[in-house]
Design a protein around this ligand. Structure first.
Ligand SMILES: [Zn+2]
Length: 305
């Protein structure tokens, strides 16, 4: 009896171990392939665009070539749309104080998060690409994920931008007009450099970091319209009109005002994956990634668990 128990226990233990080991081997292989593909992507042949038959129930009709599109590219059906959008804020070179874990991370941890995401088989796409997809213009890979940063901290430029460039990872930074150039925040020039180089897109997080739902509708409309004009003056015509709500606070009225202005998507802090309904409404969910989130915790977020 005792021997049988030991056998069952050993079998169970070996089974679990082999699953974990296989997962780790696969993950490390994906990371190695990813790093290698980043290094060789300049010489890579462009992928042929694929056009689907019109009767296929897909959201996006075509995809074109770009650095994220490889033979692994899929066209996905509406049912399969479940896009995680991750949210970061500020970064310190040293480990942040525990109470700041939710909003401050380090470049080392961010790089680890990135490799973990890629290692788990996810593809980082730009927010613009997700909106093209929502508009039915372009396809996206299966297991797409979008990375965003709120507030426009200087550390996004000094500590994170080099990592994004190293791995050619697209990202979107939402800046606050009246904080630009103040202590700890990036300058217009830094925003222009990143936006101009193409890997990072800069969009608005408001003229000020205030709760937009606390403003009178007319006041909100005129201030936000001036803010969009300033963004365009400083950064050029945006590819899409996207807005991120300070504190994630929004209501029906603010959404309607922005929609009437031509805003295609608003970024919230409502957690969860974005399905077809979220995309169509243009009200985008985001999950923040804290400094103490493990690879497993991030994997759960990416899978909506
Ligand atoms: Zn914010």
């Amino acid at each position: 009896m005792k021997r049988l128990f030991i056998c069952i226990f050993l079998g169970f233990f070996l089974g679990i171990t082999s699953v974990i080991v296989t997962h780790e081997i696969l993950k490390n292989k994906r990371i190695a392939t990813f790093v290698e593909s980043v290094e060789t992507s300049i010489t890579e042949e462009p992928v042929e665009p694929v056009i689907l038959e019109p009767e296929k129930p897909v959201y996006a009709k075509i995809f074109d070539e770009d650095e994220n599109m490889t033979e692994e590219t899929f066209l996905i059906s509406e049912k399969e749309i479940k896009i995680p959008v991750l949210l970061y804020h500020e970064f310190y070179e040293e480990e942040p104080d525990k109470k700041l874990y939710g909003s401050v991370s380090t470049p080392e941890k961010f790089e680890k998060d990135l490799l973990n995401i890629v290692g788990e088989g996810f593809k980082v796409i730009s927010l613009n690409r997700m909106i093209d997809y929502k508009n039915g213009v372009k396809g996206i890979p299966k297991n797409s994920v979008v990375i965003t940063f709120d507030d426009g901290y200087m550390s996004n430029y000094t500590l994170i931008y080099p990592i994004l460039k190293k791995y050619k990872i697209p990202a979107t930074i939402f800046i606050i007009e009246d904080l630009l150039g103040t202590e700890g925040y990036m300058t217009w020039e830094e925003a222009q450099i990143m936006n101009g180089e193409g890997l990072v897109t800069i969009y608005s997080h408001g003229f000020s970091h205030v709760d937009m739902t606390s403003l009178m509708p007319n006041d909100f409309a005129s201030k936000i319209s001036n803010n969009f004009a300033k963004m365009e003056e400083m950064l050029g015509k945006p590819e899409h009109l996207v807005y991120s709500y300070p504190y994630g606070f929004y209501n029906k009225e603010t959404n309607t005002i922005l929609k009437d202005m031509g805003v295609e998507a608003v970024m919230t802090t409502d957690k969860g994956l974005n399905d077809v309904k979220d995309l169509e409404a243009g009200i985008i969910r985001r999950d923040y990634v804290a400094y103490n989130f493990s690879g497993l915790k991030i994997l759960r977020i990416l899978n909506g668990k």
